[in-house]
Design a protein around this ligand. Structure first.
Ligand code: HEC
Length: 492
């Protein structure tokens, strides 16, 4: 066997293995990657990595178009490098995207479509490479070109899905209205967008607490029109133009209040009749994103009901915008205050998004100690989650933490605390989770922990607590789940 033939076989083998690997991403459910970790970090490179294939695939195709006239042999060595770089960068981008997906920042159907599209791009490129490495006759080159063109189409599709995904990402920024308050109030009804100015504010008020970019119940995100259209996990079409009864969005909201599938779920009040009728009319008119209200529904009863209802809807909408703007300024001020102290703030998506999760920066060069926690005082009541893993805090920090009346989760593993400061925490009525793993937590202080009224999960892996004390705790507080695991850190 010649050296060349061996090398071709070798390349063939490698390409086929990569191809199988990429396809397997579609079938293997993503593992759950804890953030921070090196894998989660690699995932965050995805938005940068995708630019390589986006530029390289079309460039490479154009290149092919020009040189295919029998000149392939002359250009072969350049082309070979082109193939390797294009395929390599595509595979890297796909894998990084997969890691990003696995680290749980994104979810939903749009992500799956995006993943499928990107795997298709990679597979097409790999098939093209397999063809080209196999033979370089002009006929074969035409096939390669066809595969490359298909890869471009798949790339545009994937890029579009990816674009819609990040579109829904800038949670705080996106939530701000495009129109100013005044123009919203004064906009004549006939110039109002049915979706933008009427339907969306209803969804925002009644559905988006569960169906937003951070909380996608049923894998459904109603925050933007394209995301809404993509639907949820059932795969049922959410909007069927002209057919409200076949649109999942409508079907769910008109179900009897006792039905398991009714939206908003049982326990929350139903939409008003005029809201149901308005949504029904919008869908029967085509469920369009841009359509204006114009003369309104032909049914004059409904038209007059809508006219009477709109001022309420707008009033409530503006109220929401104002409180969100206040929240946004608070967020900015809070972030500016704590970033230099080595802490990180983000909106806590689990707490109706009106509270903050504070954690140590990762990686960080700053030392976080009791004084740092003291500096959080002005914002104390806005903190729902505090993570101080591996910091220099002592039990004195609990004195400051006691002021965080809305605190639900406290993570202090790998610190030198022994629990003597726990006595301060007895006022924290909301505290549900406490992680004290790898600390000096000592027996006498366990009883302060037992006094926390809403505590439900406690991590005490590798502490000084003796089994007898733990038994006593288990008897006294059977509702607390005591775990001998390191537990989560809740930092990003
Ligand atoms: C309190 C949280 C909550 C609110 C508020 C809420 N939903 Fe849901 N929604 C869920 C949950 C949980 C699921 C998944 C279970 C299911 O399919 O019933 C879901 C699923 C759905 C689905 C099915 C998605 C699919 O394809 O599987 C639709 C459609 C939906 N919701 C529409 C709405 C609409 C419209 C509103 C507002 C009128 C709304 N939801 C308000 C929690 C909520």
């Amino acid at each position: 066997m010649t050296v060349v033939a061996t090398r071709v076989r070798y390349i063939f083998g490698v390409l086929s293995i990569v191809l199988l690997g990429v396809v397997s991403l579609l079938v293997v459910p993503p593992p759950s990657i804890q953030s921070p970790s090196i894998l989660a970090f690699l995932g965050r490179l995805h938005p940068i990595a995708v630019h390589f294939p986006i530029v390289l695939v079309p460039t490479f195709t154009v290149y092919y178009l020009f040189i295919r006239q029998g000149k392939i042999k002359e250009f072969w060595s350049i082309l070979k490098i082109g193939w390797l770089i294009t395929i390599g960068s595509t595979v890297v981008a796909v894998c990084a995207g997969y890691l990003l997906y696995a680290s749980g920042d994104y979810g939903g159907k749009l992500v799956q479509l995006h993943l499928q599209g990107s795997v298709l791009v990679a597979v097409l490129l790999l098939i093209g490479a397999l063809l080209v490495f196999q033979s370089r006759t002009p006929r074969q080159i035409n096939r390669v070109l066809a595969v490359l063109l298909a890869a471009n189409v798949a790339l545009v599709y994937t890029g579009h899905q990816g674009g819609s995904l990040t579109h829904g990402e800038g949670f705080l920024a996106d939530a701000l209205p495009r129109a100013s308050e005044a123009s919203l109030l004064n906009k004549p009804l006939n110039e109002s967008g049915i979706y933008q100015d009427l339907v969306r504010p209803i969804l925002e008020a009644r559905c988006m607490s569960c169906h937003n970019e951070n909380k996608t119940k049923g894998d459904l995100n109603l925050a933007t029109y394209p995301l809404m259209k993509a639907g949820g996990k059932s795969g049922d079409s959410i909007l069927v133009a002209g057919l409200p009864e076949e649109s999942e969005l409508y079907r769910r909201i008109v179900l009897p209040q006792t039905d398991d599938e009714v939206m908003p779920p049982t326990g929350k009040s139903r939409l008003k009749q005029v809201e149901l009728d308005l949504i029904e009319w919008w869908i029967s008119e085509g469920a369009d994103q841009e359509m204006l209200y114009g003369a309104g529904p032909a049914d004059s009863m409904l038209a007059s009901q809508i006219e009477r209802y709109v001022p309420n809807l707008r009033g409530a909408h503006i109220q929401r915008i104002r409180s969100r703007q206040e929240f946004r300024s608070l967020y900015t001020a809070f972030k500016e205050a704590v970033t230099p102290l080595g802490l990180d703030v983000r909106v806590d998506a689990d707490s109706d998004s009106s509270l903050f999760a504070v954690s140590v920066q990762f990686p960080s060069s700053m030392q976080v100690n009791d004084n740092t926690i003291g500096a959080l005082r002005p914002y104390a009541s806005y903190i729902s989650s505090l993570s101080l893993v591996g910091t220099e805090i002592s039990d004195d920090a609990f004195f400051h933490i006691a002021a965080m009346e809305n605190l639900q989760e406290l993570y202090v593993p790998n610190t030198a605390v022994d629990g003597s400061g726990m006595v301060y925490l007895k006022e924290l009525a909301q505290l549900e989770l406490l992680n004290l793993s790898n600390t000096e937590l000592a027996n006498p202080y366990v009883f302060h922990i037992a006094a926390l009224p809403h505590l439900s999960t406690l991590y005490i892996f590798n502490t000084e607590v003796e089994p007898s004390i733990e038994e006593a705790l288990a008897t006294y507080r059977a509702d607390v789940d005591v775990r001998h695991e390191e537990g989560p850190f809740n930092i990003r």
